[in-house]
Design a protein around this ligand. Structure first.
Ligand code: MZP
Length: 498
């Protein structure tokens, strides 16, 4: 006879937090959002910690190198997507590790024979007004000049005008040499009233730009997540098929932590992958998942996972529940797995952090997921909306949007994520291709969301995530009281003015 769970599985919007006592020191400025990323023994410190409880989803439309740097600057970590060749993924990891705070690899590049139309297209796509003109049109090519918005007037010039005729050539530019420090680069920017400073290798190849507008940002990233050599911390997704070739390349590239990316983690393949990594790379930390109950958690805990991801079918682009009838409401899954994590800790003295993956819609869901026992969160839709995600920004029906697609969609075709040992192909879709509203720079969005989380924590009377978990009082809400929670029985001015 099948096993039945007595209660329906529930999701975040069905819960609220009831305030606890807030003491005079319990103010947002005193809240510490640091949290363990990997397992540790009782009384010891985890080898890797996050400064904020946020990780970005292992997805093509989310976790590229630019987002990885932006998130590490805020104190979280990206897991670079694994649904690309191992070589490309390792190259992305290497570029994140090579990025020095304040030194930005150029993301808008053209060849000199390209045209004004190409410049306008790039500016629309990236939102950046500085374009590097390199011999081969790559970010690391020999620098021939730069184009900024001061160099052209779209209304007066033919879109076919070659870039070489209106760029500012390199001999008229002030550049710095490889090895310049950030402080020196900033002095050059200020002394010469420049907006950007190209940093060049001995042979004239472009290495980075240092931007004047970033000056304040470098000073104001107190939460940056850096390794012992002051490089950004970055993770990478792997699968249960090609780990023997992929993991060595990622390790070589300097990856800090791995995560097996799978829609369902309670499998023999995850065990095999973990075993192989532990045997061949004993120091390498690797997370596993996803699971939605205590049984799945215990399996991966015993298999040696360093953290365990929770969530099946709750992702915004996910149709696994509709397609296969597999999954569980995200809140119930987190609550049950968190209890299992606590029991396992009591029994063994080993604390294995859990990650609530998918289904975060409102910022308050973040606080709820943490209160329910998650140590950190994985977010896809949330990060895909920002400037730094790897996808295009488009104007659709008068609104700026970014593209966001699931790993199980035809667009990503990440069959390894859904692999159950069958043919090496995606037989049916478990994800969709979509637009999400564009939301500006990551740092603004993350800081705003976390301001709300800090505020919620103070209402609960908690200054740390652990305290939030210990003190939280959660109540289920009825359908009618959800209506009460929004603006109601008033005529909203925004609707009158439409
Ligand atoms: P969300 O933050 O957009 O709600 O969910 C992101 C999560 O959805 C990812 O971290 C991953 O676990 C999951 N995901 C990614 N692709 C698919 C799919 O195509 C999916 N079904 O479910």
């Amino acid at each position: 006879m099948a096993q039945f769970f007595n209660e329906p599985s529930r999701t975040f919007s069905e819960y609220l937090l009831v305030p606890g006592y807030t003491g005079p020191d319990c103010i947002p400025a005193n809240v510490d959002l640091s949290t363990p990323l990997v397992k540790f023994r009782k009384g010891e410190e985890p080898e890797l910690k996050l400064n904020i409880p946020m990780t970005s989803a292992i997805m093509q439309s989310v976790s590229g190198e630019r987002l990885a740097v932006a998130l590490a600057q805020e104190g979280g970590i990206s897991f670079i997507f694994g649904s690309q060749t191992a070589e490309n993924e390792a190259a992305m990891v290497a570029r994140v590790k090579a990025t020095k705070a304040g030194f930005v690899p150029s993301d808008s590049n053209v060849r000199p024979d390209q045209t004004l139309a190409d410049i306008v297209f790039l500016k629309e796509k990236t939102g950046h007004s500085t374009v590097a003109v390199t011999e081969d049109g790559t970010a690391a090519g020999k620098l021939l000049g730069i184009v900024t918005s001061r160099d052209y007037r779209v209304s007066r010039m033919d879109p076919a005008t070659p870039v070489s005729t209106f760029m500012t050539p390199v001999d008229k530019l002030i550049c710095a040499k490889e090895g310049v420090s950030l402080a020196e680069a900033n002095d050059i920017l200020w002394d010469n009233k420049l907006n950007q400073l190209p940093v060049l290798a001995e042979d004239g190849r472009l290495l980075y730009f240092v931007f004047r507008k970033d000056y304040d940002a470098h000073k104001s990233n107190p939460m940056e997540l850096l390794d012992s050599k002051k490089r950004y911390i970055v993770g990478a997704g792997i699968n249960t098929r090609d780990y023997e070739t992929r993991v060595p390349l990622l390790v070589e590239a300097g990856v800090d932590v791995l995560c097996i990316d799978s829609s369902e983690g309670y499998t023999a393949w995850q065990q095999r992958t973990l075993d192989w990594i532990h045997q061949n790379y004993p120091g390498m930390r690797v997370g596993a998942g996803n699971v939605v109950d205590a049984e799945g958690f215990r399996f991966l805990a015993k298999a040696g996972a360093d953290f365990i991801k929770v969530g099946i079918g709750g992702g915004s682009i996910c149709i696994t529940r509709e397609t296969k009838g597999i999954g569980r409401g995200q809140a119930t899954a987190v609550i049950e797995v968190a209890q299992a994590r606590n029991e396992f800790f009591k029994e063994t003295g080993e604390y294995i952090p859990i990650c609530s993956d998918g289904g975060i819609v409102y910022d308050y869901h973040m606080a709820l997921a943490l209160a329910m026992g998650a140590d950190f969160l994985m977010l896809g839709r949330y990060f895909s909306r920002f400037d730094e995600s790897p996808t295009d920004k488009l104007l659709v029906n008068g609104t700026y949007v970014k593209e966001y697609w699931g790993e199980g969609s035809n667009r990503a075709r990440n069959w390894q994520r859904y692999d159950l040992g069958g043919d090496k192909k995606l037989t049916f879709e478990e994800g969709v291709d979509s637009y999400v509203p564009y939301a500006g720079p990551l740092s603004d969005g993350v800081r705003q969301s976390l301001a709300k989380v800090r505020s919620t924590m103070c209402n609960v009377g908690a200054l740390t995530i652990k305290e939030l978990q210990d003190k939280a009082k959660l109540t289920l809400v009825s359908a009618t009281s959800i209506v009460e929670g929004g603006a109601h029985d008033v005529i909203l001015k925004s609707s009158v003015n439409k």
